[in-house]
Write a new protein. Structure first.
Length: 405
């Protein structure tokens, strides 16, 4: 196969691409569709529907279906695409270059070629400027660049093989994602089943609190903690954006000085506390891990300090996620509110059915075990997605070097 590559014609892009510049005169009373070409080969899409008098830039050209279009100011970021079957009133500004493709080139062959690492390197070599975001495409220089072009039959074979392999990659990606999603749904369904089968007498969350630590506490606000007091280091402040069902996301925490934190001791966290989102996705919660003990919370979070001699924090975490009674209770409390949210009194009255500690721990072990499997599946899916994303460029690199069998 490599030997056949030497038989591929070496052609200049200017020999197989014809620059199109069909300028149009905008009619103030006519409606037009403006377009954008998305980065990272994201394709062409309609951006706005405007009348001629609403379009400030009068230098526009008509789009030609089947042509190739490239953004002059976003070329470095792979903002190029094939023009599909667009409406006749679709237009583009002179920030784009449009090219008709020679009949000797299979359109799908050129489309796949435009996704190859070699093609990207060719485009970037013709980007002029110092700062990447301000580089501009040099059309004339680019058209002097050369590519290898096989026979018409070989182009079709290569396209068919690429699309066969691309379909297999997409199927593998879809199956991995589907498995991860189904695993998550199964874990949630199992949690709901456990919670719904509890026969213990109903109670309120307030009966299971550590009264020595204020039980339920909303974070500081107003004069106690203003946005200007956040620092680059010190004691972390947990905000609503850090709270995930899977645990604390500490990738973007904020801080206050240790001096300021000493004045906010009542809002300090302990291992096993439940953090409850009182706004946004109301009820989203997580358990405070050992490493976050001593951290603080802000106003949008309610800290639930539990009496751990009677209740397992992870059980409460699962209960809030899976209890139909709690879900209905929160929906009724939020409905009709001017600004969706709950307060500490509402959280204290969460309806609970809590079995003896040994049974709580048994249920937690079962559900945490299943969740660990789901998390591992998601991790594998993410790793697979990265590998699959890297596979297609490798296939394309081989395809346009004549090495794809």
């Amino acid at each position: 196969m490599k030997s056949q590559y030497t038989e591929w014609k070496k052609v200049k892009l200017g020999d197989i691409l014809h620059y199109l510049d069909e300028r149009i005169s905008l009619d103030d009373e006519k409606e037009y569709l403006t377009i954008t070409v998305k980065r990272r080969q994201g394709g062409l899409e309609i951006r706005e529907k405007l009348f001629g008098h609403q379009i400030a830039t009068k230098k526009q050209f008509r789009l030609t279906p089947g042509s190739f279009i490239i953004s002059r100011v976003q070329c470095w970021h792979q903002a190029y695409a094939m023009v599909g079957d667009v409406p006749s009133n679709a237009i583009a500004s002179t920030n784009y270059d449009q090219f008709a493709i020679s009949p000797e080139v299979n359109p799908r062959f050129f489309w796949w070629l435009s996704h190859s690492p070699t093609f990207t390197a060719t485009v970037r070599s013709c980007a002029v400027g110092v700062v990447i975001e301000k580089m501009v495409f040099n059309r004339d220089e680019w058209l002097t660049k050369s590519v290898r072009l096989p026979s018409s039959g070989e182009q079709k074979r290569i396209v068919a093989r690429i699309e066969e392999l691309a379909a297999q990659i997409n199927e593998a990606r879809s199956l991995r994602q589907q498995a991860a999603e189904e695993g998550g749904l199964l874990a949630r369904a199992k949690a709901r089943a456990y919670i719904s089968e509890l026969k213990t007498a109903p109670s309120k969350l307030s009966e299971w609190l550590d009264k020595s630590r204020d039980g339920i506490q909303t974070g500081p606000f107003g004069a106690q903690l203003s946005s200007t007091e956040f620092t680059d280091s010190g004691v972390p402040i947990i905000t609503i954006g850090n709270v995930r069902y899977s645990g604390l996301d500490c990738s973007n925490v904020r801080y206050v000085s240790r001096e300021k934190a000493s004045t906010l001791a009542r809002y300090r966290l302990s291992e096993g506390d439940i953090l409850f989102a009182r706004m946004g996705t109301v009820g989203r919660c997580c358990v405070v891990p050992p490493r976050s003990a001593g951290w603080l919370i802000n106003y949008h979070i309610i800290r639930v300090a539990l009496d751990k001699s009677k209740v397992e924090p992870r059980f409460i975490h699962w209960l809030i996620q899976a209890s139909h009674d709690i879900e209905t209770y929160l929906e009724n409390k939020i409905r009709g509110a001017t600004r969706a949210g709950v307060n500490s009194t509402i959280v204290a009255n969460l309806p609970c059915r809590i079995p003896v500690l040994a049974e709580q721990r048994r249920i937690v072990a079962e559900l945490d075990g299943m969740q660990a499997k789901v998390d591992e599946l998601k991790k594998l899916q993410a790793e697979t997605a990265i590998e699959l994303d890297a596979l297609l460029p490798s296939i394309l690199d081989k395809a346009f070097k004549g090495e794809l069998t």
